[in-house]
Write a protein that binds this ligand. Structure first.
Ligand code: NFE
Ligand code: MG
Length: 578
């Protein structure tokens, strides 16, 4: 038996350590450990709940905006505030662009190098590459000259010895199976995606003032003044800029991203057999289609709420937020009531108790039976749950009443047909990648509806963006509690707030990557990352690219997940880079 450690896992957000045991070429056990600590939940205590979003948004700069959004929802839920339709539409547009941005960055910049051998691209014939690309889509850049230019750039880059983002890859590993031409095409799109992701954030600059960390969230609505003929507000001209960027996003999605996923998926079809994990999928749902409280009005959401147990795609089960609990039995925290108990977030506690390695640091952790991560273990009705694009796409695929059902089903069926596999193939590493691309496609189309409604409202003189009825704390109850449920790009996200005498008495966030990357719970049930690795073949324990493929397929964000930094910047763990 071999113990393989990857620490830190790179091409993710934050600090993650993965340990696996490999026996006879397969992973037989796994531990997912978050090695960073932050403190946002504690920073929020005692503050004005109307300010919470501004701090909470700093949980992350990757899924930027979503924590602000979820925070204002939690406070609106606590105080019974309904926001105007224009605020719903602006928030939906901001969030849809966030999803698309994150998914494109994930596929090209964080995940592609697990599948694409950059060095092999140097062997590609540009003419054959142009032919291959043209057979997949009619993207205007598919020419021999273009790919010859990309190859030259790559040769110069490699010749300089400064590989930058391409340094330290497992190049030449036998698990890379794309032909050189497919590798060159993917490298070209890696570079193009750098430009398109920058352009997307311009929509955030228009609607949110800046990116990351938009400024226009507000309890009760948004702070984006609208006037079709105004000068320095959201006006017709700025709306037109958004429209032209939506056109670019849709073209890139349908002509580059989707064909690339199908091309890469065709060569790596065996990855539909690995990485399934817990088989439980949780979705809170998101994108309200009308006004109302998104945490209670399930029927008004575009992506619907529900959960799936043990891979049973015949049943969408109803979600009740009261069944969410967090455990710390294997996490570096203490609960006053004892570490074997799960706490609902309204009663949640964030009290650190670090028992991990101390200097001189052991490279191999001992005590994996004890506490080994800064993440808590969220459980739904005691079950570990995978969250994210795959969970969402599965729920809307099997829910005929979902407003997104027709679009999701048509696109999933298109991709499954192209890969010549059935829906069961989705419950896998490859399925996560496909679901993320399909979701991008669904939202790149749907965003036009929200855009059109917003422009129509503006044109008809409906300029209301904020409901200020409850702005004055004198109108609030002495005590209130609220929950904001969202679906962030990486999955189900909840913020729970308790308000007392106009101040935050408790604030707890249970975040997508915490659901996915969390450690074992008090019953020693393993978390979704851990479960997904078991059974993975490992060709060479010295170069465990297979582990990276499955872990990256979740798009980890550990800053979000831990939401708690050592303010003194102390080194908590020595790291050997693999
Ligand atoms: Ni920091 Fe996040 C998303 C949230 S955590 S990226 O999406 O919420 O997984
Ligand atoms: Mg938390």
């Amino acid at each position: 038996m071999t113990r393989v450690v990857i620490d830190p896992v790179t091409r993710i957000e934050g600090h993650l350590r993965i340990e696996v045991e490999v026996d006879d070429g397969y992973v037989t056990n796994a531990w997912s450990s978050c090695t960073m600590w932050r403190g946002i939940e504690r920073i929020l205590q005692g503050r004005d709940p109307r300010d919470a979003w501004y701090y909470a948004q700093r949980l992350c700069g990757v899924c930027t905006g979503i924590h602000a959004h979820t925070s204002v929802r939690a406070v609106e839920n606590a105080l019974g505030i309904t926001i105007p339709i224009n605020a719903v539409l602006v928030r939906n547009l901001i969030e849809a662009v966030q999803y698309i941005h994150d998914h494109v960055v994930h596929f090209y910049h964080l995940h592609a190098l697990d599948w694409v051998d950059v060095v092999s691209a140097l062997q590609a014939d540009p003419e054959a590459t142009a032919k291959l690309a043209a057979s997949l889509s009619d993207w205007p850049k598919n020419s021999t000259t273009y790919f010859a230019g990309i190859k030259q750039r790559l040769e110069k880059f490699v010749g300089s010895g400064q590989l930058g983002p391409f340094a330290n890859g497992f190049w030449g590993h036998p698990a890379y199976v794309l032909p050189p031409e497919a590798n060159l095409m993917a490298v070209a799109h890696y570079l193009e995606a750098l430009d398109i992701q920058r352009d997307m954030t311009r929509i955030h600059a228009i609607l949110g003032g800046k990116n990351p960390h938009m400024q226009t969230f507000l309890v009760g609505g948004v702070a984006l003044a609208m006037d079709p003929n105004g000068q320095s507000v959201f006006n017709t001209q700025r709306a037109m800029m958004i429209k032209s960027m939506l056109d670019q996003i849709l073209a890139f999605t349908t002509q580059v991203y989707i064909p690339d996923v199908i091309a890469i998926g065709t060569f790596y079809k065996d990855w539909a057999n690995y990485g399934r994990g817990s088989g439980n999928y949780l979705v809170y749902g998101d994108f309200p289609l009308s006004i109302g409280d998104p945490s209670t009005n399930e029927h008004l959401l575009y992506f619907t709420r529900g959960y799936i147990l043990d891979g049973d795609l015949t049943q969408r089960l109803p979600v009740d937020q009261a069944k969410v609990k967090e455990y710390v039995a294997h996490s570096w925290y203490d609960y006053r009531v004892g570490d074997d108990v799960g706490l609902h977030p309204w009663q949640g506690e964030t009290t650190p108790n670090y028992t991990g390695p101390r200097p001189p640091y052991e490279y191999l952790f001992t005590g994996m039976d004890d506490k080994y991560s800064w993440l808590k273990s969220p459980r739904y009705d005691e079950h570990p749950m995978e969250v994210g694009p795959l969970a969402r796409m599965l729920i809307d695929y099997i829910n005929p009443d979902s407003p997104a059902h027709a679009s999701v089903k048509a696109k999933i069926d298109t991709v499954l047909r192209a890969l010549n596999v059935g829906p069961e193939a989705l419950l896998s590493t490859l399925g996560r990648i496909a679901a993320r691309a399909i979701e991008t496609w669904v939202l790149a189309e749907k965003a036009y509806d929200w855009y059109d409604q917003l422009v129509k409202n503006m044109g008809s003189g409906n300029l209301q963006i904020h409901n200020g009825e409850k702005w004055n704390p004198a109108t609030w109850p002495k005590e209130a509690e609220g929950v904001g449920l969202s679906d962030a790009p990486r999955g189900a996200l909840g913020h729970w707030v308790r308000i007392k005498d106009g101040k935050i008495a408790n604030y707890q966030c249970v975040v997508p990557s915490t659901w996915n990357a969390g450690p074992r719970d008090a019953n020693n049930t393993i978390g979704p990352y851990e479960a997904s690795l078991i059974g993975t073949p490992i060709a060479d324990p010295e170069r465990p690219v297979e582990v990276l493929r499955t872990i990256h397929s979740f798009d980890p964000c550990i800053a979000c997940a831990a939401h708690i930094v050592d303010t003194k910047g102390r080194e908590l763990l020595s790291i050997r880079v693999r």
